[in-house]
Design a protein. Sequence first.
Length: 202
Amino acid sequence: MFFKRLFENLKIKLKEKFRSKQNAKPELLLLCGSGHNGSTILARVLLGHPMIGGEISETFVFGLSDEKSWPAIFEQLALSAGNPTWLLEKTPIHIFNASNIFKIFPTARCICLLRDGREVVASMVKRSHSVVTATERWCNTSREILLLRSKYPNQTILVRYEDLLENPADTLERIASFLAISSSRLKHEAKISNNTTYLGNT
């Protein structure tokens, strides 16, 4: 009888845990920066984690719509992604609107991905941007990242793209801790991505 009762209690707890997970609302996770900063590589790794969902492409959703419509749009995106724990929104230029986004979504988090300006400018010039335009964009973005970090230190994390390449294990450990998720799956995804990206050994 004891083990039968224990088993029944365990089933109830598992059902409650599953039910609470189903009813839990996803949290918004922004991945921002200058563009041409390696955000697609990091997004692929993040989206390989079972607790993170979203689109690999840029949506510009918080720049093309009215703030009043953001909660409804978020719910639709979350539903499409299967209501994950974290809904990833990878649009680098949302860094310029992040403060307003945090006002609407006070529990949101933002990964600020920063890459060496020389590499960003060189990449943008290859895509028909002028050196001046590319340099100004990187400088403006970097300034916004510093401002956002100073204003929301607990909701933001600064990740250097070079650290992701040279020391992915520790970098992904930091990100996992920031999001309160398991780092092992992120490291596993980084190893898979190593076949097609420039991530180092984890």
